[in-house]
Design a protein around this ligand. Structure first.
Ligand code: FES
Ligand code: FES
Length: 168
């Protein structure tokens, strides 16, 4: 099949790729651009490990055509922070021991970011966090430490909103 050009804005930078029309955004991120922080598993919107932000909203990149992301802002886990400047969510996941194998964590953190960004200055309840993260499955942690980490990050982000603004 003939490939077509596509410019994607990922983590604040434009990436020019040649795609086949049926390729998912997940495929392009991982296999064309090497952004393997976005994980791949069920490929049918069941597990959430492929979550990225599209114009700030959490989406399953496995069921989104790459073409559908044209002209929109994509954020992957690689764009959220770096070892010297962790996003408050990344720091809280480490502090709370919320990471085990790590496979679900990029999706968890980006889902949590989308959720918290929709309600700035508010610390959510445990039930609200569980509901917000219900689309991402974790086989390791039992979820409690993840929930605790998200609430701790929400507290930090409400107290110091500038710490959460580094992501593209
Ligand atoms: S790989 Fe996309 S939801 Fe499971
Ligand atoms: S930390 Fe292993 S799947 Fe969540």
């Amino acid at each position: 099949m003939t490939r077509q050009p596509l410019a994607l804005t990922i983590n604040g930078e434009i990436h020019d790729v040649m795609i086949e029309p049926h390729w998912s955004l997940l495929h392009v991120l991982r296999h064309e651009l090497g952004l393997t922080g976005t994980k791949e598993n069920c490929l049918e919107a069941e597990c959430g490990v492929c979550t990225v932000l599209l114009d700030g909203k959490a989406v399953n990149s496995c069921i989104l055509l790459a073409e559908q992301a044209r002209g929109r802002s994509i954020v992957t886990i690689e764009g959220l922070g770096d070892p010297e400047h962790l996003h408050p969510l990344q720091a809280a996941f480490i502090e709370h021991g919320a990471v085990q194998c790590g496979y679900c964590i990029p999706g968890m953190i980006l889902s949590a970011k989308s959720f918290l960004d929709e309600r700035p200055g508010r610390v959510p309840s445990e039930a609200e966090v569980r509901e917000a993260l219900s689309g991402t499955l974790c086989r390791c942690t039992g979820y409690q430490k993840i929930v605790d980490a998200v609430i701790a990050a929400a507290r930090q982000m409400s107290a110091r909103p500038e710490a959460a603004r580094r992501a593209p």
